[in-house]
Design a protein around this ligand. Structure first.
Ligand code: SF4
Length: 265
């Protein structure tokens, strides 16, 4: 049964994907054949998804029959109970609207990009903290009562007061599109009345990130070696999309691992 940090990471990685969560919930109704699972979630990468769930000890597979392990059942039960607590928190929230996009200023880091200030209403206040797990690279700061979200180059900060700032924005169109995406992600969670379970806080070491990098020291990320790049990832001075070789098919699994690991930094 998962208990140490490495095993917990396997579980978090397995449950970080919507298809795998759907498979787990489908198995709640009872044992299923792989064909039945295929009918529910589709054929794409099904073997891969099942393998990750099995590696995490969440499911057992025997002669084409897939079932939840005891740990998998307890994991879902625990998640459901935590989810019930969070429902109370989020049920207070009302859907948000973008009420104003009021300032475009050149970014300090890159003057060809813009810093945007906008407003949402009603303000989300303390609900922001509960919404943190909606965003793979989201981090709630108690100190400034704000949720900080990184997506590619863009960093969006949503304050409890309703103010929103965005950096490294190309133009007004990109600002409005990013704000609309943000609004729809948050409003979908509010409509469901259930916030995602908080992520486990797991300590990540540079060597662990290095393990999943291509280890070719090609320099395309602008660093001299993959290990230097791993250290930059740790200090949030780089993002994994700067390692373009990772986009190659052979590194698809490595990229997925890195996305999960960097979310814990
Ligand atoms: S681009 Fe990727 S493979 Fe190349 S040095 Fe940077 S991290 Fe390593």
């Amino acid at each position: 049964m998962p208990g140490n940090p490495n095993e917990i990471k396997l579980v978090n990685n397995a449950m970080s994907n919507a298809t795998r969560r759907k498979i787990m919930n489908f198995l709640l109704a009872g044992d299923k054949s792989t064909e039945e699972i295929e009918g529910e979630v589709g054929k794409t990468m099904l073997d891969f998804h099942l393998k990750l769930l099995q590696q995490a000890s969440l499911i057992e597979i025997e002669e084409g029959t897939v079932r939840l392990s005891e740990y998998g059942k307890n994991f879902l039960k625990d998640k459901e109970e935590k989810g019930a607590d969070k429902t109370a928190d989020i049920s207070q929230a009302k859907p948000i609207e973008i009420t104003e996009v009021r300032q475009f200023l050149p970014c300090i880091a890159d003057s060809s990009k813009f810093r945007v200030i906008a407003n949402i209403a009603p303000p989300l206040g303390g609900t922001l903290k509960v919404l943190e797990p909606l965003f793979s690279r989201g981090k709630y700061s108690d100190k400034i009562n704000a949720l900080i979200i990184q997506k590619g180059e863009i960093i969006t900060t949503i304050y409890g007061t309703g103010k929103v700032t965005m950096t490294m924005i190309k133009n007004e169109g990109e600002a409005r599109e990013s704000l609309e995406n943000l609004k729809s992600t948050i409003n979908n969670a509010i409509a469901k009345g259930v916030a995602p379970a908080p992520r486990e806080k797991v300590r990540v070491e540079p060597m662990e990130l290095y393990k999943y990098l291509p280890q070719t020291n090609c320099g395309k990320c602008g660093e001299q070696s993959c290990y230097t790049f791993a250290i930059k990832l740790m200090s949030d001075e780089a993002s994994i999309d700067k390692c373009t070789p990772l986009k190659e098919k052979q590194y698809a699994l490595n990229q997925e691992h890195l996305q999960v690991l960097t979310a814990y930094i």
